[in-house]
Design a protein around this ligand. Structure first.
Ligand code: PEP
Ligand code: MG
Length: 556
């Protein structure tokens, strides 16, 4: 019998197929004692396995490229962490087998992470994945992860570890459904980068029996279990019609009456550029430079290495606009050389611009590298700071840009409610704003981006979030400056119309979403978008806001 489950749709498209579960078995090795004469051999086995898993993760990263590469390389660093290895060796020295020592050492590290607040807790899934890989290797059993199948399937998982998401084969994995994760979680961002339909935060997904046929609608968040023939036909037909319309979509972003809204791409480095160009991005609205820094979290990449990476992205958009965000370290993107190790709540600690102002030499090097990279190129470079809280922050950033001799526009991201509330004062120091709605939602609703249980509050349709967007956009308009959106909100076609109606001047998103947004925007006038925005803001919940905007835009 057909039933419908509801989660959060995070990546557009429809996938119909049989369910396959992710291999997440936690391999607990027996607590067997070894003799002192076996210790050296077991230590060698452990060392070799940790080294090999690190190398494998690096190789997978190399294959995947882009943002995924940085995530996998961060996991490789965990596998090859010298302190973890020392702990494993100590445990073997007092009688553990290699696999048991790895299991126990990771467990004690895991407990530390899980109890240490937001960002560290968010890394637990990555750490478990690394542990499972090492233990599986030592036990000689298959690696946990994506199921072996020659037939296409819908993947079900509790939460996808970056190592697996990065290697999902879009030809084989029709779509995926996870129990955990919110609309701005890592898995969601990666799904959109891959162009795979996905639904997250669906409690009970793991109860779906292996082989059950489901239809996943990544736009609405609905998962139809054992869908009827009619339902399948209707969904397939709608998906085909949408695909045909998208294939025909090209050109700059604009409403049907010609109000221009440049559609830009979010990239993590040069590897993401081809997809952005193919999707017809008019430039880059968010270059997350921290991904270049995750290679080696002990030190910043050299100025020359940075120049090379920035230049590759800048060269891809001659005459286009590229907005580079300076390093956003801390919270969910920690770097050993910048991020304090003992913060009780890293999301509220020294992250983003705050860590750069504490380490002015890192900021100065990055700005100098950007100044060198843009030399002689026709591209229109803009540089912005993450996590700007007030005018003092904005001034400090603008001063640093001027001191570096950078000829670019300087801007501030609006990710903290205070920045939206006092946007006009921030605009006295910088020339543009860019709304990071992922963090803005997190801080407005006190709801961790990584936690599925609070994903309701992470919904960018929340009227309170729309109010803050409106405040920032109105302030920019009053100052004659621009205000874009580069958070995941911009990737929702209907919400993109509402954001346009709120006065946002550009939209930046993962490349795969650009055609959807372009097509939807082109169907509506600016006045309709403004009415939809007003209708959404007049409601008291995300669901009602979505419904109200939909009603206006469909002319009901
Ligand atoms: C945001 O917070 O909306 C944003 C774009 O930055 P990130 O997702 O990298 O934190
Ligand atoms: Mg952010």
């Amino acid at each position: 019998m057909e039933t419908t489950l509801r989660g959060v749709g995070v990546s557009h498209g429809v996938a119909i197929g049989e369910v396959r579960h992710m291999g997440t078995a936690v391999l607990e090795p027996p607590a067997k004692q070894i003799g002192p004469d076996e210790a050296a051999r077991e230590q060698g086995r452990a060392r070799q396995a940790m080294e090999a898993v690190g190398a494998d993760l690096n190789a997978r990263g190399h294959l995947a490229g882009g943002e995924a590469q940085a995530v996998l390389e961060a996991q490789a660093l965990m596998a090859q962490d010298p302190e973890l290895l020392a702990d494993v060796e100590r445990r073997v020295a007092v009688g553990s087998t290699a696999e048991r020592a790895v299991y126990d050492a990771f467990a004690s590290y895991r407990a530390l992470l899980a109890g240490a607040g937001d960002y560290l807790a968010g890394r637990v899934a990555d750490l478990d994945d690394v542990r499972n890989r090492i233990v599986a290797r030592l036990l000689g059993v298959p690696m946990p992860g994506v199921p072996d199948s020659d037939e296409p399937y819908v993947l079900i998982a509790r939460d996808l570890a970056p190592a697996d998401t990065a290697l999902l084969d879009p030809a084989l994995v029709l779509g995926f459904v996870t129990e955990e994760g919110g609309p701005t979680s890592h898995s969601a961002i990666l799904a959109r980068a891959l162009g795979v339909p996905a639904v997250v935060a669906l409690p009970g997904a793991k109860e779906l029996a292996e082989g059950t046929v489901v239809a996943v609608d990544g736009s609405t968040g609905e998962v139809f279990v054992s869908p009827s023939e009619e339902k399948r036909a209707a969904l397939t037909e709608a998906a085909a019609a949408r695909k045909a319309a998208l294939a025909a979509s090209s050109g700059p972003g604009a409403t049907s009456d010609g109000h221009k809204v440049p559609l830009l791409a979010n990239v993590g480095g040069p590897a993401d550029v081809p997809a952005a160009v193919e999707a017809g991005a008019e430039g880059v609205g968010l270059f997350r430079t921290e991904f270049l820094f995750l290679d080696d979290s002990a030190q910043a990449p050299s100025e020359d290495k940075q120049v090379e990476a920035y230049r590759q992205v800048l060269e891809a958009f001659p005459e286009g606009r590229v907005v580079v965000r300076v390093l956003d370290a801390g919270a969910d993107k920690p770097l050993d050389f910048l991020t304090p190790a003992d913060e009780p709540n890293p999301a509220l600690g020294v992250r983003g611009l705050r860590s750069l102002l504490d380490h002015p030499e890192v900021l100065a090097t990055q700005l100098r590298a950007l100044a060198r990279a843009v030399e002689g190129l026709p591209v229109y470079l803009e540089v912005m700071a993450p996590m700007v809280a007030d005018r003092q922050d904005a001034k400090a950033f603008a001063d640093a840009c001027r001191a570096a001799g950078l000829s670019a526009k300087f801007g501030a991201m609006v990710e903290i409610p205070s920045a939206a509330l006092r946007a006009r004062s921030i605009l006295q120091e910088v020339e543009f704003l860019s709304l990071g709605t992922n963090d803005l939602a997190q801080y407005t609703f006190a709801a961790d981006r990584q936690v599925g249980a609070v994903s309701r509050l992470q919904d960018p349709w929340q009227p309170a979030l729309l109010d803050l967007v409106a405040l920032a956009a109105e302030a920019a308009r009053a100052e004659g400056k621009s205000c874009g959106v580069c958070g995941e909100a911009a990737a929702d076609p209907l919400l993109a119309c509402v954001l346009t109606g709120l006065g946002v001047t550009s939209l930046s998103m993962g490349a795969a979403s650009i055609p959807y947004v372009r097509t939807t925007l082109a169907k509506h006038t600016l006045a309709q978008c403004e009415r939809a925005a007003a209708a959404a803001r007049a409601t008291d919940s995300a669901e009602d806001a979505r419904r109200a905007a939909q009603a206006v835009l469909s002319g009901e």
